[in-house]
Design a protein around this ligand. Structure first.
Ligand code: C2E
Ligand code: CA
Ligand code: CA
Length: 465
């Protein structure tokens, strides 16, 4: 029997048109509109399909990061960035080998699935084609490219691991810098990945079991050497690895979205310890650090105030330390947080000040009580006369603007003397005291006689009023 549509040419044409339309819609849904490459969703499905296909042979995933795009957007406008992306798409498509799939994963991240056996030359070729100079609005632009590779089945069995491992290889290229712009997953990265996995499981357990504890470092009044406050710093008392500093777990906690729970736990424990110290007049303030990851929450200030209300610490005794870099990243949100906190009497200090190139005058429109001079500046005092002059000028400006300055990382007498002479209000650093557990801090705060510190200068002694 013949196909009934043979007799209805109009119907046949209509069906063909609908099918074409459906195919187009499907293709559009799978395509990144700017570059014409696959988008992330379509790429991930394709990768999974290829890995699950019966008798799937070896294949490699190349992830590509193109730097300078943001810079290009900022200097030449978004249209320039779009032109660049279009050009990257065209170059990748023109270079695609048989069986290869090319995608834009988002932002300035691209990916290629390939069955080439020798990944090195393929990766290098990707670098070469993408770093060829390009002219945009009459300007010659060269992009910075990094490529990470992981292979199936040699490195990983499934799509998730393959992507994770290629990302790790990419990360290593960016971290190392240098001329070679690609890297393949290897034994060194595998060991790192395994260590991270153990650490992750460990960190979740540690938070649940209260192994993250608050340590305290005194903040000294420069005029009389009195302890006027403490800053709480997180420490992880690890059952096997000993005491871990924040550098060993905070970045990972941020990546895993666990930092909120750490900050919360540290905050609550610190408030419990410090509330009686404030109540008895042993200190005026408790300073807490907040991760930028928690600050991006628009409800941050409200949540913090609710948590504070459950403790015995008065709002006026709390100093929230926000880093200068976060402030510069999102001035509008930072201003909202700072104003909300200030309205309740909570103080805000700008941490790591001097690392982010903010404009002192612009800052003065914010209700900020203190700037904490970054320890890298203090370390260079006396070593580099330009830094000494810069710090002197900052202190002078801050005094005129009526904001307090706290110097962090004061490690020797010369630094302390310089800072004091230049009018720095408060200091913190190993020379006065290292961070210590709560009970030790308490002993120091209650000590009847001033603690002996290695200085000939009585006026800089660490003592209570
Ligand atoms: P930060 O807020 O800038 O803290 C000052 C860091 O300098 C602390 O390092 C402190 O131990 C160290 N320090 C103090 N005096 C001196 C000195 O004289 N010389 C030198 N070289 N260093 C000194 P730590 O405890 O390792 O903390 C590192 C960073 O981790 C902190 O930098 C802070 O940004 C972050 N952090 C600490 N605790 C927490 C926390 O509970 N939550 C969050 N989100 N971040 C935290
Ligand atoms: Ca701090
Ligand atoms: Ca700091």
């Amino acid at each position: 029997m013949s196909d009934p549509t043979d007799h209805f040419p109009e119907l046949t044409a209509r069906i063909a048109a609908l099918e074409a339309e459906r195919a187009l819609t499907l293709r559009l849904a799978q395509t990144d509109s700017l570059t014409g490459l696959l988008n992330r969703g379509a790429f991930t499905s394709a990768l999974c399909e290829r890995l699950e296909a019966e008798g799937a042979g070896p294949l490699s995933l190349f992830v590509i990061d193109v730097d300078r795009l943001k810079h290009l957007n900022d200097t030449l406008g978004h249209h320039a960035g779009d032109l660049m992306l279009t050009e990257i798409g065209a170059r990748l498509r023109a270079d695609a080998g048989r069986d290869e799939l090319m995608a834009r994963l988002g932002g300035h991240e691209f990916a290629v699935i390939s069955t080439v056996e020798d990944v090195g030359p393929r990766a290098q070729r990707l670098v070469d084609i993408l770093t060829r100079p390009l002219s945009i609005y009459g300007r010659t632009v060269t992009l910075e490219v990094a490529v990470g590779v992981a292979s199936h089945p040699a490195d990983a069995g499934d799509a998730i691991d393959l992507q994770r491992f290629a990302d790790l290889a990419l990360h290593r290229v960016k971290l190392r810098g240098g001329a070679r712009r690609w890297s393949a997953f290897d034994a060194e990265l595998r060991a790192q990945a395994e260590q991270r996995r153990t650490l992750e499981a460990d960190l979740r357990r540690a938070i649940a079991e209260g192994e993250i504890e608050p340590w305290f470092q005194p903040v000294i009044n420069s005029d009389d050497g009195r302890i006027v406050g403490v800053e709480v710093l997180a420490r992880w008392r690890h059952p096997a690895r000993g005491l871990l500093l924040p550098g060993a777990f905070v970045p990972m906690a941020e990546e895993l979205d666990l930092i909120g729970r750490i900050d919360e736990a540290v905050f609550e424990a610190a408030c419990a310890s410090a509330a009686p110290w404030v109540e008895e007049g042993l200190i005026d303030t408790l300073s807490c650090n907040v991760s930028p990851r928690n600050l991006v929450d628009p409800a941050f200030a409200r949540k913090l105030m609710r948590r504070l209300a459950r403790t015995d610490l008065p709002p006026t005794a709390l100093v929230v330390e926000i880093t200068e870099t976060f402030l510069l990243q999102d001035m509008t949100l930072a201003r909202r947080h700072i104003e909300r906190l200030a309205a309740r009497g909570i103080q805000v200090a700008l941490d790591d000040f001097g690392t982010g190139y903010s404009n002192l005058r612009a800052l003065m429109n914010l209700p900020i009580q203190a700037l904490k001079l970054d320890l890298s500046l203090i370390a260079d005092l006396g070593r580099d006369t330009r830094v000494s002059r810069l710090v002197g000028a900052m202190l002078h400006a801050a005094r005129n603007l009526g904001v307090n300055i706290v110097a962090e990382g004061v490690e020797n007498e010369a630094q302390a003397l310089f800072l004091r002479a230049a009018g720095c209000d408060r200091m913190q650093g190993y020379w006065f005291a290292r961070p210590m557990p709560g009970p030790e801090m308490e002993v120091m705060l209650r000590a009847p006689a001033p603690r002996q510190i290695p200085t000939s200068l009585a006026h800089l002694r660490l003592r209570r009023a």
